[in-house]
Ligand binder design. Structure first.
Ligand code: AGP
Length: 619
């Protein structure tokens, strides 16, 4: 996700827009830029890296302007560099745009615009907006007035598929800022003789606490003394003015107490964003970023998944899912072990490296080892422009936006979603006869993928349940998270979540293994979280839970909605039914909430747990 700001009024627009942009730097910091109407055309200033690099470009020429839009980038299309930094202008330099979101049909629109003679200066999807509006202006017989520009923008919006928070300025409407919102946040700050825009409330709080939260389909025309709000057809729209009482720190967290809980609430949006532009309306999965054709995919006889921490836990699910539907050997390895294991690799091996940051030293070393041995490397990575994203042979971006909390939450769901897309894509295109996926099963998986965001939203509505349970669980000195098959894979991540922020020892174990030793640890004060979402193994799972119940452990069972409650269960959590392979994604939301609230009850430092770092760039 990127950050957008804008200003129109009697103040120094460029300075105000950039100062407000700094309040959004947590939303992305690949590059930054600002645009303002100037003598004969719209001027833009842009710099790679943090906003401080943009400030270094300011001069007298950018002072005393009264309209400006600015942008700090989290790259989704096009690597981080000055040319791909926003704002982007049209061919004539008469208008500039900044955008947060993803244009799904940008490639097709770009081809059509180039065929009409438009020249592109960047690799971004956003630049399509600038040339599309220019094209619509042509149809409007020029955009010499505000209404002409507004109509051209509305026409362009009808041609674009995807998500956007968009701001536009035009030399022919120098006292106006145009904004539109669809599925990416955008707010308007109301001042006295001045108005502001921002991706988030922190962007305007220094100047005003009166804001309008735009909804999907809203279009607004801002002048210093007016905000005209319509839909994309031009029909008036009303939005309540909100008075913001947050302090600055709370505002950056969207009103949440910590980045971690904010990012847990971003889980539904994250899954939608990872699916965006990949899962088509007709159910087809397209992965345009993969450089090898489905036929070339056949050459890979083995898959090796390599990662660390949470990403490794996602890889454990990926291994199970890939083997289940691809019927090819898939191994999953901890990167810090893999890199020293002299792995058996060749050109028929696909090495899938998973990483949120794309900078984890052990994972990068694993990539180099794989490439040295002739394997093809595919990175499932969140940070565009990271070392892993740049150096892997192929990249599948998770599109989750920045993850600030050290304890990974939304990144895990994004990684799983990317693995599900990849597995289904490869199985669908496997003509070797080995794949184990019928067309009906494929459609069922696709339908289940589409349902995930709303299922997660349903779980989030129950947060109070987890907060209450946490009061009780915080009294325990040791946790085991038990499961079988996909539930065991989920238990690995659930245990890590709890231990890394509450500092309570927590261990994941295959449920059937407890009697081979760990059962000796079970006593009063030990809590057992039993995942019971896999019908084929639930009967055995319940008997494992009875074994530990008999040793006076506290039993928390995670059950499917509608499933019978085992009588050994002291506390019961419910999750919606989805495909067995997707259960770790759904089950992790309650586990993230539980870990968060146990840590909160214990007064732990949640966003920056002791001894840990967000990106482990050392061995
Ligand atoms: C998990 O909550 C931790 N933040 C940590 O285990 C993390 O997943 C691991 O360091 C891998 O980081 P990466 O995904 O950026 O490579």
């Amino acid at each position: 996700m990127c950050g957008i700001t804008g200003y129109i009024g009697s103040g120094d627009a460029v300075e105000i827009a950039i100062n407000n942009l700094k309040r959004l730097e947590y939303r992305g910091y690949d590059s930054a830029g600002v645009a303002f109407p100037d003598t004969n055309s719209v001027s833009i200033l842009r710099a790679p890296g943090k906003i401080v690099n943009l400030e270094a470009l300011l001069s007298g020429a950018s002072e005393h302007k009264h309209v400006a839009i600015a942008h700090t980038r989290w790259a989704t299309h096009g690597r981080p560099c000055e040319a791909n930094a926003h704002p982007h202008r049209d061919c004539t330099g008469q208008l500039a745009v900044v955008h947060n979101g993803i244009i799904e049909n940008y490639a097709e629109l770009r081809r059509e615009l180039i065929a009409k003679g438009h020249e592109f200066a960047s690799d971004t999807d956003t630049e399509v907006f600038a040339h599309l509006i220019e094209e619509m202006c042509e149809l409007e017989k020029g955009c010499d007035k505000t209404e002409g520009v507004a109509n051209a923008i509305r026409k362009a919006l009808h041609l674009v598929k995807g998500s956007y928070a968009l701001a536009v300025i035009s030399q022919s409407a120098p006292d106006t800022v145009f904004v539109a919102r669809k599925e990416s946040p955008l707010i308007i700050g109301l001042g006295d003789g001045e108005n502001f825009i921002g991706s988030d409330i922190p962007a305007v709080m220094r100047y005003t606490r009166k804001v309008l939260l735009l909804e999907d389909g809203d279009f607004a025309i801002l002048t210093p003394n007016s905000v005209t709000l319509t839909d994309f057809e031009g029909a008036p729209v009303h939005r309540e003015i909100l008075d913001i009482t947050w302090d600055d720190t709370a505002a950056e967290k969207g009103g949440h107490a910590h980045f971690m809980i904010k990012e847990i609430y971003e889980n539904p949006r994250t899954v939608r964003e990872t699916l965006r532009g990949r899962l088509m309306d007709d159910g087809e999965i397209v992965l345009p970023s993969l450089p090898f054709s489905p036929e070339q995919w056949q050459k890979f006889r083995r898959i090796s998944i390599v990662a660390c921490g949470t990403a490794y836990h996602a890889g454990v699910v990926g291994k199970m899912f890939f083997e289940q539907i691809l019927r090819r050997p898939v191994e999953v390895n901890v990167a810090s072990e893999y890199r020293y294991s002299d792995p058996i690799l060749d050109e028929e091996t696909l090495v899938v490296l998973i990483s949120q940051s794309g900078e984890t030293a052990d994972t990068l070393a694993a990539m180099r080892e794989a490439q040295h041995k002739g394997a093809t490397t595919l990175a499932i990575v969140n940070v565009v422009g990271s070392t892993l994203a740049r150096d892997a042979d192929a990249v599948l971006l998770t599109q989750a936006g920045p993850e600030i909390g050290v304890a990974s939450t939304k990144a895990y769901l994004a990684q799983l979603t990317a693995l599900y897309l990849l597995g289904l894509y490869l199985a669908k295109h496997d003509n070797s006869g080995r794949a184990n996926l019928t067309e009906v099963e494929y459609r069922e998986y696709v339908a289940a993928l589409r349902e995930l965001p709303s299922q997660i939203e349903g779980i989030l509505k129950e947060e109070a349940t987890y907060a209450l349970l946490a009061e009780e669980l915080a009294k325990h000195h040791c946790f085991f998270f038990l499961g079988r098959r996909y539930d065991f894979a989920a238990s690995l991540e659930a245990a890590l979540k709890l231990k890394e922020i509450s500092y309570i020892h927590a261990e994941a174990y295959p449920a059937g293994e407890m009697k081979h030793g760990p059962l000796a640890l079970v006593e009063p004060g030990v809590a057992i979280v039993g995942f019971c979402t896999q019908p084929d193994t639930n009967e055995k799972m319940v008997s494992n839970l009875k074994e530990v119940k008999a040793r006076d452990a506290t039993i928390i069972t995670l059950l499917l909605e509608g499933a019978e409650t085992p009588d050994c269960s002291d506390f019961t959590l419910r999750v919606p039914v989805t495909k067995e392979a997707f259960m770790p994604l759904v089950s992790m939301v309650p586990m993230q909430l539980l870990a968060y609230h146990v840590a909160r009850v214990l007064g732990c430092e949640i966003d920056q747990p002791r001894n840990l770092a967000k990106s482990v760039t050392v061995e």
